[in-house]
Design a protein around this ligand. Structure first.
Ligand code: ZN
Length: 154
């Protein structure tokens, strides 16, 4: 993901070709170019992505489909499966999306104490689409190229 300015430079220097462009046109010294929205690099470049997807409320909601993992209701909060007061960590494998009611009911108790089970263990998400979660805005035209889940909103 790069800025429009960077994408324009990449296309003008022939390091990338425009695959999809906006209605806006940028005027350089000798050329007019529709602002690229999606570009394809002309040479493969290995991008040194960080291994971990940053843990955020938005990212957890996206992973869990904005649904409470306990009851399937609409999630409004983040729950630590092993409560932080009991040494639970703020990591991908210990946080889930939860509704206010379940979060409140569970409070500082463990799943065993509640007699609750998780449908599947929480995991760290992976894949290109998850990079978008760090973006302030997500252009809808990026979705088809990255397989962004519907739950990830702009
Ligand atoms: Zn719930």
């Amino acid at each position: 993901m790069v800025s429009s300015r960077r994408a324009i430079v990449l296309v003008l220097t022939e390091k990338a070709v425009s695959v999809d462009s906006a209605a806006d046109v940028v005027h350089a010294e000798t050329v007019a170019l529709p602002v690229p929205v999606v570009v394809r690099l002309t040479r493969y470049v290995r991008v040194p992505y960080t291994a971990q997807v940053p843990l955020s409320r938005r990212a957890v909601f996206a992973r869990d489909g904005s649904s409470c993992v306990y009851c399937g209701g609409s999630a409004t909060s983040i729950d630590h499966v092993v409560p932080r007061s009991r040494g639970g960590t703020h990591t991908w494998d210990n946080v889930v999306a939860a509704c206010r009611r379940c979060n409140h009911a569970k409070a500082d108790r463990s799943l065993a104490e509640m007699g609750w089970e998780l449908p599947h263990p929480p995991r760290t998400p992976s894949g290109a689409a998850w990079r978008l979660l760090g973006a302030r805005t997500v252009d809808p035209r990026w979705r088809e190229w990255l397989g962004v889940p519907e739950s990830v909103s702009a």
